[in-house]
Ligand binder design. Structure first.
Ligand SMILES: Nc1ncnc2c1ncn2[C@@H]1O[C@@H]2COP(=O)(O)O[C@H]2[C@H]1O
Length: 274
């Protein structure tokens, strides 16, 4: 696997890379559990990965510390909290909130959300010279260094253009699949790493909805097993994005899967240190 801008780094010696914490503010695949919002992960208090309804579990102090948001894709369960975050944060921060996403994702957000109809265009508020929101285009395999970590986007297989992220800290590697159906890209990226400490991967539906998983490009436990069998190794696999209306059955089917690495269910409120 080839990465541009930074060669496969010796992460311990890279200046500015720190130990990392990832706080889970939301990892559900739907609404229905007031204690578990949709996709929202806070890296080192500074970088938000996705801004789904999990943003609603943040207080203003936590929101004011966020300087960067990386979006995996445009679906509402991954962006619905972004308009509220931008609006709130501008009252405590003069610097813009930088939102990183693929160009197609940015185009959709500009056209359909920050269009002065659904929500104000904060790329021109309070002024175009000094806005509350700035979009930054990112591409698969072009690394970023933010919040004391290296972030590597990679493309996954969903119904709209979607990125997963590998996050490298000074002491470990964590990957987030975002929403995806079966994908070779995920396993190729992870198998190219010396060690993967944590993988957050989805299983939206239960096995009875395998056809719906295929239609909507998601995983269910049997498809998750196929996907995980492509992985050489991973220290901890965290399963996320379960749809709340079928959580109990989906959890049961996940618990029945057997691998030689631990499979755990991710919940809002957890912090993963790596
Ligand atoms: N054809 C469909 N039938 C039923 N539900 C759908 C269909 N297409 C999309 N969805 C749902 O809409 C959701 C949009 O976000 P997700 O991709 O997370 O998950 C998707 C499904 O739960």
């Amino acid at each position: 696997m080839i990465f541009s801008t930074v060669e496969q780094p010796d992460i311990v010696t890279l200046k500015g890379v720190l130990p990392a914490s990832l706080e889970v503010f939301g990892c559900s695949g739907s609404v229905g559990d007031p204690g578990n919002g949709t996709s929202c992960f806070l890296l080192n208090q500074d970088v938000l990965i996705d801004a789904g309804s999990g943003v609603m579990a943040m207080n203003t102090a936590q929101m004011s510390k966020i300087n960067h948001v990386l979006l995996t894709h445009t679906h509402l369960d991954h962006v619905s909290g972004l308009p509220f975050l931008v609006e709130s944060r501008q009252h405590s921060q003069a610097s813009p909130l930088y939102v990183y996403a693929q160009q197609k994702t940015i185009d959709v957000l500009r056209q359909h959300v920050f269009n002065d109809l659904i929500w104000p265009d904060f790329t021109a508020i309070p002024s175009t010279e000094s806005p509350a929101l700035k979009f930054v285009t990112i591409q698969p395999h072009v690394e970023l260094m933010l919040g004391g970590a290296i972030l590597i986007p990679f493309a996954v297989n969903h119904s709209v253009p979607t990125l997963g992220f590998v996050i490298k800290s000074s002491s470990g590697v964590l990957a987030i699949s975002s929403d995806t159906y079966l994908t070779d890209e995920l396993s190729q990226v992870l198998n190219s790493m010396v060690q993967v400490d944590h993988l957050i991967i989805e299983s939206s539906f239960s096995n009875k909805d395998k056809k719906l998983s295929e239609l909507t490009l998601h995983l269910c436990p049997s498809l998750l097993a196929t996907q995980l069998n492509k992985l050489d190794t991973c220290r901890n696999v965290w399963v996320s994005y379960l749809k709340e209306w079928d959580r109990i059955q989906t959890e049961r089917e996940i618990e029945d899967l057997e691998f030689n690495f631990p499979l755990k269910l991710l919940r809002q409120g957890q912090t993963i240190r790596f």
